[in-house]
Design a protein around this ligand. Structure first.
Ligand code: DCT
Ligand code: MG
Length: 510
């Protein structure tokens, strides 16, 4: 569990607005040093002003709390030029040609573009001349108008990088989705996951409800949450969930490897609220997986870094190639999508030179590692992959390939400094690793399936079914109209069969 996500317990109260407004924001790097913004509170209100100031700072703009001589741009909302000038007069400030008086639309467009957009007449409240061509400003870049393109309801028709402009909303949705998942309310959980997914693909930050127009997958319940966050900076529903005892317990229990919803429910009903009580209870029976989960708990909840994933990758390749020198070994999952951290490391293995004893590879690798004392836990799942009639209808179904879920004992690289930040005397870290072995002819499908994200996989399968009358899973693509399997040797070919533009792995972070 990430304790930072759990709000302190106590009665639910709305924070007084003044307190929020005066809260210091964390320092952000200033990217556009020639601009100093001041956002006018008049007719905008304190909360919205605080929200916009925070966002703008996050985007690299320098925003002043107070109006001072250094301010170059005043941003106002719902104010006419003369109203702003009048306000300035009261403040004893004279508008000069050095000062831009702008409508909030300029700031919103600039935050969306990631840099200050060119100021045009529609942004200027008062036409006090500023000739930027005469005084070139590196902060200003002419950005082409954003093409108005309909956003697809399918993640496989959107490009979603790790650059999420809408964390403030997607983090909230993910808490709500998880809470519905804990309550086994799949419909609501999916609704919030889809909403999070679509907002992650936007190249701009949502700052007003107007920005949500035309965006698919945003139902009324989702919009309510967005509106509350825009107005108050947070969602009371999310706050309540984070404070909820059942949510907190489920979050904690499911953070143990091998513990799912059923077990969490049982422990919660039995009155357990902490892992230490569960661990030391004499009457409870644990599976082999859960025992390993408790034993290596601290290591497993601390995320796997890319460096650790790469180190495991080297060892996986070394072991695989010892028995099958021509095998392809590919790191899949989040790391293939460019993530810097993950909860495990996923590998897909295939042999381009099909041989009889292919299914012996994983047992051999496991045997080798066991002899070397590198395995802390493993579960080898034999292939249930026979001649499948057609791909599975279930969008979340697991595939039939032979696989091994394991916990690897990764020894730390020797460091020169001598000092170690590791636990006293401990020279290794337990890392969750998934190895999947697939026949070469299924490789492209398995690679697409194991690269994720989960939401991307759900949507590309849903797209195949509903838009193309095809069935896609980790093994194959079946055309129901033509009644044939469509072969593919690469992910690009699968996208082409589906009539989709190719989406790179790092654009699949839906
Ligand atoms: N996958 C899927 N459906 C599931 C489970 C997994 O399509 N029910 C796919 C998507 C990602 C891939 O398998 C690996 O799964 P995880 O390791 O759970 O996801 P990840 O994206 O690698 O995330 P993390 O960084 O947390 O490991
Ligand atoms: Mg993973």
């Amino acid at each position: 569990m990430d304790p930072s996500r759990v709000a302190p317990s106590g009665p639910l109260k709305k924070r007084p607005r003044q307190v929020r407004a005066s809260m210091a924001s964390p320092p952000y790097d200033i990217k556009f040093r020639d601009l100093v913004l001041f956002i006018l509170e008049k007719k905008m209100g304190t909360t919205r002003r605080t929200f916009l100031m925070e966002l703008a700072r996050r985007k690299g703009f320098r925003v002043e709390n107070e109006l001072s001589d250094s301010v170059t741009h005043i941003v106002a909302e719902n104010n006419s030029g003369s109203e702003v000038l009048e306000w300035l007069q009261v403040q004893n400030v004279r508008a000069s040609s050095q000062l831009e008086l702008l409508d909030v639309s300029w700031l919103i467009e600039s935050m969306g573009a990631g840099n200050p957009v060119e100021i045009t007449g529609k942004h200027q409240l008062v036409s006090v001349k500023t000739d930027y061509s005469a005084t070139p400003n590196p902060g200003f870049q002419k950005t082409p108008p954003l093409p108005v393109k309909k956003i697809s309801q399918y993640a496989c028709q959107r490009r979603t990088t790790l650059n999420n402009c809408n964390n403030i909303f997607t983090d909230a949705f993910e808490v709500l989705a998880e809470n519905f998942e804990f309550k086994e309310n799949e419909v609501f959980s999916l609704a919030f996951m889809r909403a999070a997914s679509v907002l992650k693909s936007l190249p701009f930050t949502i700052v007003s409800m107007k920005d949500t127009e035309g965006i698919p997958c945003l139902g009324d319940q989702v919009k309510c949450v967005i509106e509350e966050i825009i107005e108050d900076g947070e969602s009371s529903e999310v706050k309540a969930v984070l404070n909820d005892e059942r949510y907190q317990s489920f979050k904690l229990f499911t953070s143990v490897f091998g513990v799912g919803l059923k077990t969490s429910e049982r422990w919660f009903r039995m009155g357990f609220r902490s892992l230490s009580k569960i661990r030391s209870d004499k009457t409870l029976k644990f599976t082999k997986m859960q025992k390993a989960g408790f034993l290596y708990y601290e290591d497993l909840v601390s995320c796997v870094t890319r460096a650790e994933a790469e180190a495991v990758g080297v060892l996986v390749k070394e072991a695989v190639w010892a028995f099958m020198p021509d095998a392809f070994v590919t790191m899949t999952g989040g790391f293939r999508r460019g993530k810097k951290i993950g909860h495990d490391v996923d590998f897909l293995i295939t042999n381009p030179e099909s041989t009889e004893d292919e299914e012996q590879l994983l047992p051999k690798v496991i045997n080798l590692w066991e002899r070397k004392g590198l395995l802390l836990y493993y579960d080898l799942v034999e292939s249930t992959f026979e001649k499948l009639k057609c791909p599975s209808r279930q969008v979340d179904a697991l595939d039939h390939f032979q696989k091994c879920f394991l916990i690897f004992k990764l020894h730390h690289q020797k460091v020169d400094s001598g000092k170690s930040t590791q636990q006293e005397g401990k020279t290794w870290k337990a890392i969750r690793v998934d190895l999947v072995m697939c026949p070469y002819e299924n490789y492209a499908f398995a690679l697409l399936g194991w690269t994720g994200s989960r939401q991307f996989e759900r949507d590309i399968r849903r797209y195949a079914t509903h838009e193309r009358k095809m069935m896609l899973d980790n093994h194959a693509l079946y055309d129901k109209t033509k009644r044939i399997f469509l072969k593919a040797g690469s992910e690009e070919e699968i996208f082409a069969h589906l009539g989709l533009d190719y989406i790179e792995p790092w654009e699949r972070n839906a």
